[in-house]
Design a binder for this molecule. Structure first.
Ligand code: MLC
Ligand code: AMP
Length: 513
């Protein structure tokens, strides 16, 4: 049986000359392909030495570093399941993820060991390691005694490679289970569709705990044997500076608006670049047009999600399936990727006509296996004929381009991070003196959209909005904190008694104008 382990596919794409630079970091270090191979072998051997059951979860909450990437590769290589966690998550959030996923191994930053290990050991995790962003910590210390040779565990397409938690509109977060086959097929399709070349150099500017930075960007470079310039944290000046040595950039729209604010951004500075890709949140047409004016490049917008990896993309070059279309159309997310079936379904359960709006449903080799330990929830999200209901609302135009016009799920996307109003409202509603709350998304010049909280106090109670925000801040990841909070007399409701968030959004849309 051939080994369909995703690591094996990535490793097979490493260049012949393993001493070439694979990653250059923003603190001036160079890692060769051999370094990635040897270091991932050592960490995989460490995982093997723990004699974990197959498909054990390895939960990781660490700052971005090349060693964190190595840990990801090692987890695949050893045949276990990578579970990345946003570094902004605080103890209640981590407690839930660890309790739900029951990881065999937890890796955290050295400074967080105290509280993270307490949560992990309480939940029954036996191994807690540390990994700093400066090559410190017990993980690398232990791995340094291991062999630098390792044969990848044999995996099939349907075996789990990663679990990504995505919040739910109701209830708690769900772990989207992605398989080796899901991730490999998506990486291979993007390799061709985006015309990757071995001499491409990717500026890797995103965090590596979500689909965009972890899979789309990292797999893209690795499966092409292409070099990465690695930014530990996005810095618009440095990114622009690096355009002269790089060819591909991927970012959420906020990264583009922040670069547009830099006077050094120019056609000349961007002349070495081949491709600018945007996704994870809607790219405003103003940003798309301004980028073209300032750099001469047309941003390629694509669309995906944690459960599906990438679904659609504007063309990189002529797409024969759509009459040889080459146009990257601003305001659209392009065509379904080869192998992805995408349909728009009207409220009547029938496929919408071109131009008609409906719910976006998808099917293909990239679609996840289901939500971790939630078979009923999984069943609800799939149709009888196997399409996944994305919760996004859109239409397909007469030329085949997909437009996303909204979401049926109550979700705010802020700077590329998802914030679920229901989660924030749950916390606010439990605060003393609060009768009810509504969290809405409003336009924001930097983050695209941000959360704003409106609440009603109980009769006779005094609620201080600053205190509400401070209290949320002590419990939730910082990007989830509403940027404003207002105590109001009432919330608008429809005849069914449901809060009319569209009216609230309309009332507050100018807050950050
Ligand atoms: C930071 N802050 C945010 C925020 N990021 N607020 C709202 N939304 C965000 N996204 C707030 C912090 O709470 C803090 O507030 C202040 O901004 C500064 O924090 P920071 O950490 O210094 O911010 P910064 O480094 O500037 O981060 C901004 C950013 C980051 C845009 C670089 O958010 C980012 O990397 N976003 C990318 C997310 C991403 O990779 N998404 C892909 C998901 S995958 P205070 O008050 O505490 O000081 C996906 C699928 C797909 O969606 O299709 O790709
Ligand atoms: P996540 O759950 O973090 O993976 O976020 C996925 C969601 O991000 C999708 O369901 C969409 O709502 C949104 N999204 C991703 N890419 C785009 C895009 N290019 N335009 C609009 N929304 C997007």
């Amino acid at each position: 049986m051939s080994n369909l382990n995703l690591f094996a596919a990535l490793r097979a794409a490493f260049p012949q000359d393993l001493d070439r630079v694979a990653i250059e970091t923003d603190d001036g270090l160079n890692y060769s392909w051999r370094d990635l191979d040897r270091a991932s072998a050592m960490v995989a051997n460490l995982l093997d030495s723990l004699a974990l059951p197959p498909e054990s979860r390895v939960a990781v909450q660490v700052e971005k570093s090349v060693e964190a990437l190595v840990l990801y590769l090692a987890t695949l290589r050893a045949g276990h399941v990578f579970l990345p966690l946003n570094t902004a998550y605080q103890s209640a959030e981590i407690e839930y993820f660890i309790g739900n996923a029951e990881p065999a191994v937890v890796v955290c930053s050295p400074g967080q060991f105290g509280w993270v290990s307490k949560i992990a050991f309480t939940a029954g995790t036996r191994h807690v390691f540390t990994l700093g962003d400066d090559r410190t910590g017990s993980l690398l210390e232990r791995a340094s005694h291991m062999s630098d040779r390792h044969t990848p565990a044999v995996r099939r397409d349907e075996d789990l490679a990663a679990i990504l938690y995505t919040s739910g509109t109701t209830g708690r977060s769900k772990g989207a289970m992605l398989t080796h086959g899901n991730l490999r097929s998506n990486a291979e399709v993007l390799k061709t569709y985006w015309g990757w070349r071995p001499d491409d150099v990717l500026i890797h500017a995103l965090p590596i705990f979500h689909v965009h930075g972890l899979f789309v960007a990292m797999h893209g470079a690795l499966i092409n044997g292409s070099k990465m310039f690695w930014m530990s944290k996005f810095d618009p000046k440095l990114a622009i500076n690096k355009f002269s040595e790089a060819t591909v950039f991927m970012g959420v729209p906020t990264l583009y608006t922040r670069m547009l604010a830099e006077p050094t951004l120019s056609k000349q500075q961007a002349s070495h670049m081949r491709l600018f890709i945007s996704g994870s949140a809607p790219l405003l047409i103003e940003t798309f047009n301004e980028w073209k004016d300032r750099t001469g490049h047309t941003i390629l917008e694509r669309y995906g999600m944690s459960e599906t990896a990438m679904l659609t993309s504007n063309p990189c070059s002529a797409d024969a399936r759509y009459g040889g279309a080459t146009e990257r159309r601003g305001g659209t997310v392009g065509f379904p990727l080869p192998g992805v079936e995408l349909r728009v379904m009207g409220d009547d359960g029938q496929a919408a006509q071109p131009g008609e709006i409906g719910g976006i449903q998808v099917r293909g080799p990239n679609i996840f296996k289901g939500y971790w330990r939630m078979p009923e929830k999984t069943a609800e999200e799939f149709t009888a004929d196997g399409f996944f209901k994305t919760g996004d609302v859109g239409r397909i135009d007469e030329r085949g381009y997909v437009n996303i016009v909204g979401r049926s799920k109550d979700l705010i996307i802020s700077g590329g991070y998802n914030v679920y109003p229901a989660e924030i409202e749950g916390y606010i509603n439990e605060m003393p003196g609060v009768a009810e709350s509504a969290v809405i998304g409003v336009p924001h010049p930097d983050f695209g959209e941000v959360g704003v909280a409106l609440l009603i106090a109980k009769p006779g109670a005094q609620v201080d909005s600053a205190q509400v925000l401070a209290s949320l801040k002590s419990r939730l990841a910082n990007f989830k904190i509403p940027k404003r909070c207002f105590v109001v007399g009432e919330l608008p409701r429809n005849t069914m008694g449901k809060v009319q968030k569209n009216l609230l959004r309309d009332q507050h849309k100018g807050l950050f104008a």
